[in-house]
Design a protein around this ligand. Sequence first.
Ligand code: FMN
Length: 325
Amino acid sequence: MLPWFQNAFPLYLAPMAGITDKIFRRLCKEQGADVMVTEFVSAEGIFRKNARTVEYLDFDDTERPLGVQLFGADPDHLGEAARLAVDWVRPDFLDLNFGCPVNKVVARNGGSALLKDCPLLERVARSVVRAASPCPVTAKIRLGWDRASRNATTVARLLEDAGIQAIAVHGRTRDQGYSGQADWEAIAEVVRTVRIPVIGNGDLGSPGDVARRREESGVAGAMIGRAAMSAPWIFRAVRGFLKTGDLLPPPSLEDHWAFIRRHCQLVVEERGSERAAMHSMRTRLMAYSHGMPAARDLRHRFSHLESLAELDAVADECLRHARSS
Ligand SMILES: Cc1cc2nc3c(=O)[nH]c(=O)nc-3n(C[C@H](O)[C@H](O)[C@H](O)COP(=O)(O)O)c2cc1C
């Protein structure tokens, strides 16, 4: 069994392309996330070793256990890419993406498109498991391609037989995108079908959600995505709640701003250009504004930010206003 499941209920930060970069993973790790997965990379990206891929595969030892997520549909190519990735960065595991709904990916038969072609999915999984050995391989799936062809239990069984060591299940079909609600009963069905650990994913937004879904479904771990974008401290809160049943108070407004400031500062240091860094942070700041006072106004201000000094001015004003009201 993967060591992070032994006597533990690991909290995964969900892989999110464009979001879960090295800096954000570091911040989430500090907030108590246990397991990290990189943004997805293609076999071709690994063969070419282009700058993007080098950046995607870069991680710190402090992030371990960490998995490199691969997508693709050619079993031999992906096997070769898996071996290269393992030799190159020595991750704790590889993760196969069979869940991505994005057109660009499914048009090349990658991501969730493989849920429609179980024989190919099985060949991909077997090829990667063989090539990556002894590095363990896990997989991330959705419930199926569409409502009429939900096949998560069949896919999970195939993956288990192919040597996959854990499966994360996002409780939606591909055609649902992110609409509707994740179906945790379907996730529970997968838990009942396989012996390997199943990680539940979809709409976990609070410590109570995680505790309830764990109890109802019997998942061996939880994966949190969008909720962590606006509140990375959710991992600490979940951990505390599962341990003691007590809800930690949310961070103070001062701490919330300090967190945002640090995230921006780290991105500025990495990018070199303050302006480019602050531009790249705009969508992230929108997410951080959830639950803050006067969030609408803040979002408007964030959409024009060009520097850390401007961010500080917005923060000062917000804090002053909060203290006086
Ligand atoms: C912006 C964004 C990017 C994503 N990128 C990936 C990805 O690269 N690989 C992957 O397996 N899932 C990806 N996902 C899906 C998430 O990992 C997760 O399954 C989904 O957001 C549901 O979990 P949540 O309700 O906790 O957000 C992405 C989701 C979002 C919102």
